[in-house]
Design a protein around this ligand. Structure first.
Ligand SMILES: Nc1nc2c(c(=O)[nH]1)N[C@H]1C(S)=C(S)[C@@H](COP(=O)(O)OP(=O)(O)OC[C@H]3O[C@@H](n4cnc5c(=O)[nH]c(N)nc54)[C@H](O)[C@@H]3O)O[C@H]1N2
Ligand SMILES: Nc1nc2c(c(=O)[nH]1)N[C@H]1C(S)=C(S)[C@@H](COP(=O)(O)OP(=O)(O)OC[C@H]3O[C@@H](n4cnc5c(=O)[nH]c(N)nc54)[C@H](O)[C@@H]3O)O[C@H]1N2
Ligand SMILES: [Mo]
Length: 765
């Protein structure tokens, strides 16, 4: 074990007093201790707003104030008293601001007025909503074809905003919907649709109370889904096995002290989370699962030979699945040597995991970005599904598949139509309901959109939230692509670097956040709705006073642009902006599962969308759940890197003090990093083999061979418990070396956890 790892072992558990101290710090730093604390009390409560943090589900008994440290940060971030006013923009040119960091820009606080870019002074200048809508509408109408415009969505947008947005873009004439989920859980959607006929998870929160084993694959819940950690901890306490697959030793998955547990806090205690922790190499999960399956098949064969009962759920397999023989043959035909080499695990590890799996009556598998951001992610998701299908761990209590979503409403946005490749029924329903002729041609996802902008085929970019320039790969290329556009429109709460990549005509439009009260002209409060990772749809209403009297809701802004672009003859945009119930009525009439939307959403905890796979109804082409028999990739990045001197495979993940491109602070407490973000985590033996020392300063150089030089400068090496050949560092800084020309098979997701790099020492630079 290296030094950093042993330090980790000695240091205290994750969560606990450290988490509480950090909460207080963030509420104070945001200058909103009172509004923040009041707001926290209503987060994820039936009558409050949905926490803008993660998409983990909310418990049935909403009275138990469910908050988490990073939820506090997300709420405090929005409820800040700081303001990025027109005066601020008058003092700094956009060219100057392009040299700032996202951290410094967002640190200016909330946007207060609609702003238009003035090319003469190179500054954003305040304007009126009327002028903004009119000019944006005119610019969009002036494009040669609607397919020259890109409509980006970040997954915080509510169902109402997202539905109106897709309706507007389709009424206008395009399916160009690059979406943050293209960079996120796309592989889960694609893989699960192939395997079980629905692209969503099949479990409910209550299932975590009944599972005997929970496999947590490629996910860091202590930071990114802290409320999930509470469920894992309760499961571990009642004796369920929690099996972690993660190349990095994540402290929060080992031990966790719940800041909401008074006794644990007073005694300074903590609970173990992971009963088993294995460290595959980056991208090694498909091989690891295949190894587990190989053990299971061997044991099953032994059982049968001895005249005992099969270890597989033969009744389920026979009635509900297809393709087992082909998969079994593929698994049995894969040599242990290949499995061990690609996974980076020993056969004995996989035997242990197989034991856990076989001893459990009810198994849940959860996963996130460690699974979905590789080249073979779709195949990996399907291998996970295969494993659960073997013993019928789907559609019964305590068992199932659980891709843990990112943004708080990314799943809902998809449900209500943000989809560049929409199903025919959706377009037919929209045509019928609104009298439009929605385009049938598939549109652009994120990578297609970037390519189209780079090549000058797309000329307008509308961003419904998010930070497109920084969340995407090849930061420099995408920044330049946005600047080449004729029109850029950013709908946002705070300024970020992406907003400084201005087109010829550029607008920065400030919107209400989810924590704020949204009143219509008649003074009536409007609520919005969101869907969590468990397909629960519930209402969300803000409680804070808006950051500025000039803000509009996202719905209001979209309606304004839509009316100015496509007119209001067919669709009464203004009426829907005034009364969100009208939008929900339209959703109910065009999207299955939303009947009685306006009634059901006002019930505590909302309602659950039906998930057929969870009822063992599989809407695949065969009408059954399908085992996938894909071979292991011949070679994955860590195997490629090993052959080339000095190469490594880099994963770009999140620190504890950030929300995607939003950086709250410069600490990563659980990993022992303070006051900095430019670090690369590396195995001590790799550091020595490079002839370097821990703490040395290096540049990260992209190795993708397409003639373009990619460098991220000046990082510090941190010795860490991580497999050899694999390194890690933070996004978004390292997006400078992730190539936009590489993507996952079938998912088209950037290879954010599989980027080939080399290092150069700073002296040599
Ligand atoms: N506070 C906070 N909450 C968030 C976010 C945030 O930035 N901050 N982001 C939100 C969003 S949009 C999302 S998508 C989620 C992201 O949630 P996560 O997926 O947890 O996010 P990452 O930080 O990218 O962490 C990936 C984890 O996978 C591991 N990993 C990387 N590669 C591999 C691999 O090949 N195999 C395995 N087994 N593990 C691997 C990493 O070591 C790391 O622990 O969180 C959401 N919630
Ligand atoms: N290298 C690498 N790249 C990655 C990832 C990775 O793991 N590694 N992860 C990917 C993933 S999983 C995702 S989901 C994407 C995230 O990509 P995005 O969703 O585009 O990025 P965010 O950082 O979440 O967006 C932050 C901005 O959203 C705006 N904002 C915040 N709240 C609101 C609101 O309520 N309304 C509006 N309109 N705007 C708001 C603010 O201006 C803020 O600056 O990044 C992806 N990029
Ligand atoms: Mo995400």
């Amino acid at each position: 074990m290296n030094e950093a790892a042993s330090q980790l072992k000695r240091s205290k558990a994750a969560g606990g007093w450290g988490a509480l101290r950090s909460c207080g710090k963030h509420l104070l730093a945001s200058g909103s201790a009172i509004a923040g604390a009041k707001a926290m009390l209503s987060a994820n409560q039936p009558d409050g707003f949905d926490c803008p943090g993660c998409a983990w589900g909310d418990p049935e008994h909403g009275s138990s104030f469910e908050f988490c440290e990073n939820g506090v940060k997300a709420v405090a971030w929005e409820a800040t008293e700081k303001r990025a006013t027109p005066k601020f923009f008058a003092r700094h040119t956009v060219s100057e601001l392009r040299g700032w960091t996202d951290y410094a820009l967002e640190g200016q606080g909330r946007l207060t007025e609609p702003m238009r870019y003035d090319p003469v002074t190179d500054t954003y200048v305040e304007t009126t909503w009327e002028r903004a809508f009119a000019e944006i509408g005119a610019e969009l109408r002036a494009l040669r074809h609607p397919d020259e415009a890109e409509f980006y969505t970040s997954g915080r947008a509510s169902n109402e905003a997202a539905y109106l947005y897709q309706l507007f873009a389709r009424a206008y004439g395009t399916n160009n919907f690059p979406d943050c989920s293209n960079m996120c859980h796309e592989a889960s959607g694609v893989g699960l649709i192939q395997s079980i006929g629905v692209g969503k998870g099949t479990v409910e929160l209550e299932d975590f109370e009944h599972a005997d084993a929970i496999f947590v694959i490629g996910q860091n819940p202590a930071t990114n889904h802290p409320r999930m950690l509470g469920d894992l901890r309760r499961a571990a306490q009642r004796g369920a096995k929690v099996v972690v697959l993660n190349p990095v030793r994540e402290r929060g998955l080992e031990r966790f002290a719940d800041p909401q547990d008074k006794i644990e806090m007073l005694r300074g205690g903590s609970s173990s989370i992971a009963s088993h922790y294995v460290q595959p190499k980056l991208g090694g999960d498909m091989a690891a699962i295949r190894g587990v399956a190989k053990v299971i098949f061997a044991r099953d064969a032994e059982a049968k030979a001895a005249g005992r009962k099969s270890l597989l759920d033969q009744a389920f397999i026979g009635k509900h699945t297809t393709g087992l023989y082909a998969w079994r043959a593929a698994v049995e035909g894969t040599e242990w040597e290949a499995i061990e080499d690609q996974s980076g695990l020993a056969r004995a590890d996989m035997e242990t995991l197989a034991d856990v799996y076989l001893c459990a009556e009810r198994v849940i598998a959860t996963w996130a970005m460690g699974v979905t951001q590789h080249r073979h992610s779709v195949a990996t998701v399907r291998e996970i599904a295969n494993l659960l299908l073997l013993r019928g761990h789907i559609g019964r209590p305590g068992a199932g598949l659980c891709p843990v979503r990112g943004h708080s409403n990314v799943q809902g946005d998809r449900t209500v139509g943000i989809n560049e490749n929409p199903p025919a029924w959706l377009l037919d329903n929209l045509d019928r309901e609104f009298g439009i002729a929605a385009p049938r041609k598939a549109g652009h996802n994120v990578l297609h959109a970037i390519k189209a902008m780079v090549e000058g085929r797309s000329k307008a970019f509308i961003g419904l939230g998010g930070n497109f320039a920084r969340a995407t790969p090849d930061t420099e290329v995408v920044t330049e692509a946005l600047r080449r556009c004729r029109l850029t429109v950013q709908i946002a709460t705070k300024p970020n670097l992406g907003h400084m990549a201005v087109g010829e005509v550029a607008y920065l439009l400030p919107c209400l956040g989810r924590t704020e009260i949204d009143r219509n002209a008649a003074g009536k409060i409007q609520i919005v709705t969101v869907e969590d990772s468990m397909s629960m749809v519930h209402g969300s209403g803000g409680i804070n006073k808006p950051a500025s009297p000039h803000l509009k809701s996202e719905v209001g802004i979209i309606a304004g642009i839509a009316a100015a672009t496509v007119g209001s003859e067919r669709i009464d945009w203004a009426a829907m902006a005034e009364d969100h119930d009208l939008i929900r009525e339209k959703i109910a009439r065009t999207i299955p599962g939303f009947d009685d939307y306006n009634v059901r959403v006002r019930r505590p905890r909302g309602f659950k969308l039906r998930n057929l796979a969870a009822e063992r109804i599989f809407e695949t082409s065969s009408g059954r759940a399908e085992f996938s028999a894909a071979p292991l990739p011949t070679e994955i990045e860590h195997q490629v890197a090993r052959k080339r001197k000095g190469q490594f495979v880099l994963q770009t993940f999140r620190s504890h003090d950030q929300y995607n491109t939003t950086v709250y602070g410069l600490d990563d407490r659980y990993r022992g990093v303070y006051g900095e973000r430019r670090v690369v985590f590396m195995n001590l033996d790799d550091i020595a083999a490079m002839g370097a020392e821990p703490n040395a300063r290096i540049d990260v150089v992209g190795s993708h061979d397409d003639g373009r030089t990619r460098v991220a400068e000046d990082f510090r090496i941190v010795a860490y418990d991580i497999p050899r050949g694999c390194v890690a560092g933070y996004y978004p800084e390292l997006n400078a070396v992730v190539p936009f020309s590489e993507a996952g098979d079938l998912s088209d997701t950037p290879l954010s956890k599989s980027t080939l790099v080399t290092f150069r020492t700073r002296e040599a630079a």
